[in-house]
Design a protein around this ligand. Structure first.
Ligand SMILES: Nc1ncnc2c1ncn2[C@@H]1O[C@H](COP(=O)(O)OP(=O)(O)OP(=O)(O)O)[C@@H](O)[C@H]1O
Ligand SMILES: O=P(O)(O)OC[C@H]1O[C@](O)(CO)[C@@H](O)[C@@H]1O
Ligand SMILES: [Mg+2]
Length: 323
């Protein structure tokens, strides 16, 4: 006896690489366990427009390796209102759908929490490049986004070394510095500016002068968008180090595209299957995640009200190794 018979899946908020692998896992595990599975187009926006269709094994063929999301994604103002949430729950009830899996970020999780208050069983899957969700070590898409940044920095290094320039690279992450931190460590960046760690531009400039004086041929500063614009950091740097002639690169939405890494595909596959099994067992209003390799389900309220801790050890290591 399963606690749900018909389930639906949607993707919401900023898309991320690996969302398709998660949708595929939800659909195929759901069907394997004898459920009917539905797809909702364009997140909560599609839900409110009853943009819902039945999915079968073939509807998720050939997508495991694709970035983006075949269900498409959206941000929906109306769903932030009680009326919107009641309407969404009624649309699902009218179709006999008793469980919904929401793949998205913290905002999408809050929507899932509101739907569970309206009597729909919900599960959240962490689909965002930002890695800003607590109670999971990794979010789906983060590993691919970091790889995109590292690949870009490899290229920048080539040309920056030729000209003995410094390179300022602005990366995504909204209020979270994890993309900057992990890409910074992997690419040997000299400076990593994140919202979680206070910094002093005088010290940043001084360190850069020392690096060039000690024979470095280039210098990389990664700026998480939560700190500000790369252009503004460059202006502050030039005031303190006028002979430096930095170049700014804003990686932007390139970080959200491309084929997902094996890590993101496997994470998405495991989490998608886990979310289905949680619903079948009667769980609801939970966020699925991975902690030290183990799959876990945590109350959504706890997850959205807990800030993800920043890994200071990794930050200090990155700085130590880039001397
Ligand atoms: N407090 C809330 N109550 C109900 N619905 C919400 C709430 N917050 C967000 N949502 C819904 O979730 C959608 C996505 O939220 P948001 O834009 O914050 O992105 P996200 O899921 O956090 O993803 P990302 O930050 O990775 O882009 C919103 O457009 C809205 O429809
Ligand atoms: O797709 P949009 O609306 O430009 O949003 C960009 C934001 O979404 C994210 O890509 C994912 O949350 C953030 O890193 C970034 O701040
Ligand atoms: Mg978010």
């Amino acid at each position: 006896m399963t606690a749900v018979k018909k389930i639906a899946v949607l993707t919401s908020g900023g898309d991320s690489q690996g969302m398709n692998a998660a949708v595929r896992a939800v659909v195929r595990s759901g069907l394997y366990f004898g459920l009917e599975v539905y797809g909702v187009q364009r997140g909560y926006h599609g839900l409110l427009n009853d943009d819902i269709f039945q999915m079968d094994l073939r509807s998720v063929g050939d997508i495991i390796h694709r970035g983006g999301t075949v269900l498409q994604s959206a941000r929906c103002k109306e769903f932030r209102t009680l009326e919107g949430q009641q309407k969404g729950a009624q649309i699902l009830r009218d179709r006999g759908i008793d469980g919904l899996i929401v793949i998205g970020g913290d905002g999408s999780y809050q929507g899932a929490n509101k739907l569970s208050q309206q009597g729909i069983k919900t599960m959240g899957l962490p689909g965002t490049i930002d890695n800003d969700i607590s109670f999971t070590d990794y979010t789906i898409g983060f590993d691919t986004a970091v790889s995109v940044v590292v690949d870009a920095i490899n290229k920048l290094r080539d040309t920056m070394s030729s000209h003995e320039r410094s390179s300022i690279v602005e990366v995504m992450g909204r209020h979270c510095g994890d993309i900057a931190l992990h890409a910074g460590l992997a690419s040997g960046a000299e400076t990593i500016l994140v919202p979680e760690v206070e910094f002093n531009m005088d010290e940043v400039a001084e360190r850069m002068k020392q690096n060039f004086a000690h024979g470095k041929r280039h210098s990389i500063i990664i700026v998480a968008e939560g700190v500000g614009r790369g252009e503004d950091v460059a202006a502050e740097l030039v005031k303190r180090f006028p002979t430096n002639d930095p170049r700014v690169t804003v990686l932007g939405h390139i970080q959200r595209g491309g084929t997902p890494t094996a890590f993101d595909r496997n994470l998405a596959s495991r989490l998608g299957d886990f979310a289905v099994r949680q619903l079948i067992e009667g769980q609801s209003d939970k966020a699925c995640g991975i902690i030290k390799g183990e799959l876990v389900a945590t109350d959504i309220n706890t997850v959205v009200n807990t800030k993800k801790p920043f890994n200071m050890d990794l930050y200090e290591l990155a700085i130590r190794l880039s001397q």
